[in-house]
Design a protein around this ligand. Structure first.
Ligand SMILES: O=C(O)C1=C[C@@H](OP(=O)(O)O)[C@@H](O)[C@H](O)C1
Ligand SMILES: C=C(OP(=O)(O)O)C(=O)O
Length: 406
């Protein structure tokens, strides 16, 4: 399947049946459950490829662990295996070898882990050899590159003989993901203290847990995108609650301004259209995975945008800023970097059709798909969505959008 073409459709109605559960929560509870002896009961794990990888790799006896393009799997398992005393090689896709891991490896080395870089210093692939005695119980960790390093260290902390205190230095991004880690650890019986800067975790035993994973808010954002861009919308999202462990729940507040009303009904959400603002300003520091969805909606709806906190997008599945700039230009919109702000100049003339390159990035494919509310959209390499939402195109089809696979 090299490309998929979505025919223009001005109305979208129905229930989204395959909305995945949160891959961030799934991948944490899999690690925590493994650390707790793997006897807990995990319900409703995500069907995302990232979660399937975590499920296989966390208990895998192979020496070589290939995490493909899953950032959480690479970062969480680096910490997990670093203290296991096992010899492991962790590798991934070409892009994974460009995503930094030096801050985590430096921290693990300070703790006592023996880790070598096999290609380029600071990047996967890695060889984990042994763990001697714990050398320190305090670490300073930069918070501005990836919060996944901090979550990874937090989850292994209860198993360290001396426990661990982490002082987050510099600007902290993606904080809700650290809150999520702390909260899930508490569900596994751990005492975790986090005051926004300092994380204190004593040596303790994680207890068996039963956990049911909630729906994935980052995945839900694409349905808000469809509701915003189709002329008529009446969508139901199952297994979603406004009270959530995920920071990306904030998409509800953003979309309030961008033309989507969201009403909870039991365990479901109901999306309908409403008026939108002419200008939209947001800081994405703590919800980077929503930036692409919002940029496309603003660009196509003629809403001027002023965005901050996009720095971390450069080191995700692709350089998402460059990818957005290239693809938005195809609908005559621009994303212009001005110091620490990105100005979104929306399209004043949309084309009748567009072909979107996806750069091995699931979120590029899904963020641009809602353009089908306004034009014919060809999405190259649609299978990329398997990373987080394997049945995305089945849902698109079921909701009445004509999908042609080439
Ligand atoms: O911990 C997590 O589950 C994640 C943290 C975020 O990454 P950064 O902390 O690198 O921003 C986010 O972008 C990613 O999709 C998932
Ligand atoms: C950045 C993402 O994931 P990861 O960093 O875990 O690869 C994502 O899903 O958008």
């Amino acid at each position: 399947m090299n490309s998929i073409t979505l025919s223009p459709k001005n109305s979208i109605q129905g229930e989204v049946t395959h909305l995945p559960s949160s891959k961030s929560i799934s991948n944490r509870v899999l690690v925590l459950n493994a650390l707790a002896g793997n006897v807990g009961k995990l319900h409703n794990l995500s069907d995302a490829n990232d979660t399937q990888l975590m499920q296989r790799m966390v208990l895998c006896n192979d020496e070589i662990i290939n995490v493909e393009d899953a950032g959480t799997v690479m970062r969480f398992l680096t910490a997990y295996f670093a203290i296991s005393g096992k010899t492991k090689t962790l590798t991934g896709t070409a892009r994974m070898k460009e995503r930094p891991i030096g801050i985590l490896v430096d921290s693990l080395r300070l703790l006592g882990a023996d880790i070598d870089y096999l290609e380029k210093d600071g990047y996967p692939p890695l060889r984990i050899k042994s763990f001697q005695d714990q050398k320190t119980n305090t670490l300073q960790v930069r918070g501005d590159v990836s919060s996944q390093f901090i979550s990874a260290l937090m989850m292994i902390a209860p198993g360290l003989p001396k426990g661990l205190t982490i002082e987050i230095t510099g600007h902290l991004g993606s904080k809700p993901y650290i809150d999520m880690t702390a909260s899930l650890m508490k569900g596994f019986g751990a005492k975790v203290n986090f005051d926004g800067r300092l994380i204190q975790i004593e040596k303790q035993v994680l207890s068996v847990n039963e956990h049911t994973v909630e729906g994935d808010w980052s995945a839900a954002s694409y349905w808000f995108g469809f509701a915003a861009l189709c002329k008529e919308a009446n969508l139901i999202l199952p297994n979603m609650a406004l009270r959530s462990l995920q920071g990306d729940r904030v998409v509800v507040d953003m979309m309030e301004n961008l033309g989507v009303a969201c009403e909870p009904r039991g365990s479901k959400l109901h999306l309908r259209k409403k008026d939108h603002m002419p200008f939209f300003s947001w800081d994405f520091t703590h919800c980077p995975d929503l930036a692409q969805t919002i940029a496309v909606v603003c660009a196509a709806k003629g809403i001027e945008g002023s965005f901050k906190g996009l720095e971390s997008l450069r080191i995700k599945e692709t350089d998402r800023i460059a990818a957005l700039q290239n693809e938005l230009a195809k609908i005559n919109a621009q994303l212009i970097e001005e110091g620490d702000t990105w100005r979104l100049v929306p399209s004043i003339k949309l084309p009748d059709k567009v072909s979107i390159h996806t750069y091995h990035d699931h979120r590029m494919a899904m963020a641009f798909a809602p353009l089908a509310g306004l034009m014919q959209v060809e999405i190259e390499d649609p299978a990329v969505t398997r990373k987080s939402y394997p049945k995305f195109w089945d849902d698109v089809k079921r909701l009445g959008i004509l999908v042609n696979v080439v």
